[in-house]
Design a protein around this ligand. Structure first.
Ligand SMILES: *[C@@H]1O[C@H](CO)[C@@H](O)[C@H](O)[C@H]1NC(C)=O
Ligand SMILES: *[C@@H]1O[C@H](CO)[C@@H](O)[C@H](O)[C@H]1NC(C)=O
Length: 285
């Protein structure tokens, strides 16, 4: 299986492409293949949340669209951590109750996944998962019952990870494993919109499954082979920001789960200096 990442215009727009030449799952017959797009919401340029339905009848969640993990998890109705249920209407969370779904199938036991480097755990299951008019049947997922205190002030109900199968949690079938065989072309593209003001849930961009987003993204694409095949990782030859230019070869990842650019302190300081940006110590950004 070969995966490529295509970059078009740094900073605002990029494509992600998966070319699964020898895919291990049966591909749907040609006439059933699809291309779909779905907008997502931007919260503080930090999280980009996609509406995803899980179960039958559908239980609706706002999941972080994350290319740096390969697992789908939602908050469980019996989640014991303080942050599972939110504190006000604004950050109220949706939680999953398997007893309310006719398509829930019990999984092999418990899962342990990472969220921002901290462990999340719960039980494994299989469910009908729908977004953008596509339905992944019997998709492996986790219902989280224990999680760190991380995002109590945001209406995040979990994560949908479009990372590569090498990062699968507990040997589960990843969302991409379920998704790619259903698509016209085995690719997806993510367009991240540019917002200057702080966004508390406004439109943040569009994810397109099965094709490139030719409406929002530039036509001139630059193909880059992946060098880290768990994350969408690739080598950068160098980059330029205002008057600052760096020509070192670096390993980088393209991660929709974090809306910021992270780099060693010396590089960040040089970018800050060149752009006149201010460092917010309390946020570490
Ligand atoms: C989950 O759903 C079942 C069936 O509707 C219900 O009896 C149960 O009380 C729900 N669980 C919680 C914690 O609300
Ligand atoms: C999943 O992995 C965690 C540790 O990584 C382990 O504690 C758990 O038992 C595993 N679950 C299954 C179903 O193998």
């Amino acid at each position: 299986m070969n995966f490529f990442l295509i970059l078009s215009s740094f900073s605002t727009i990029f494509f992600i492409f998966a070319n699964a030449a020898s895919f291990s799952y049966p591909i749907e017959s040609r006439n059933k293949l699809k291309t779909v797009s779905q907008p997502f919401d931007d919260f503080y340029d930090d999280y980009y949340l996609l509406k995803v339905d899980v179960g039958t009848p559908a239980q609706s969640f706002r999941l972080s669209l994350d290319t740096a993990s390969s697992f789908l998890w939602v908050l469980d109705i019996n989640c014991v951590s303080k942050d599972c249920h939110g504190t006000s209407d604004y950050d109220k969370k949706s939680t999953y109750n398997f007893s309310d779904s006719s398509t829930f199938v019990k999984g092999a036991g418990t899962f342990v996944a990472q969220f921002d480097g901290q462990p999340i755990s719960g039980y494994l299951g299989k469910e009908s998962v729908s977004f953008g008019g596509l339905t992944l049947k019997n998709q492996d997922f986790g219902s989280a019952q224990v999680l760190p205190q991380l995002y109590v002030d945001l209406p995040i109900d979990g994560v949908i990870g479009f990372g590569l199968p090498a990062m699968a949690v507990n040997g589960t079938r990843t969302p991409l494993d379920g998704l790619l065989p259903m698509l016209d072309q085995q690719m997806f593209s993510v367009w991240m919109d540019r917002k200057v003001d702080t966004s508390r849930g406004g439109p943040g961009g569009l994810v397109t499954f099965g094709a490139m987003d030719t409406v929002n993204c530039f036509a001139d694409v630059n193909w880059v082979p992946l060098t880290v095949k768990s994350y969408w990782g690739f080598d950068l030859d160098g980059f330029k920001v205002a008057s600052y230019e760096r020509k070192n070869k670096e390993k980088v990842i393209s991660d929709t789960g974090s809306g910021w650019i992270g780099a060693p302190p010396a590089v960040i300081s040089a970018i800050v200096k060149a752009t006149g940006a201010k460092y917010a110590w309390n946020w570490e950004i």
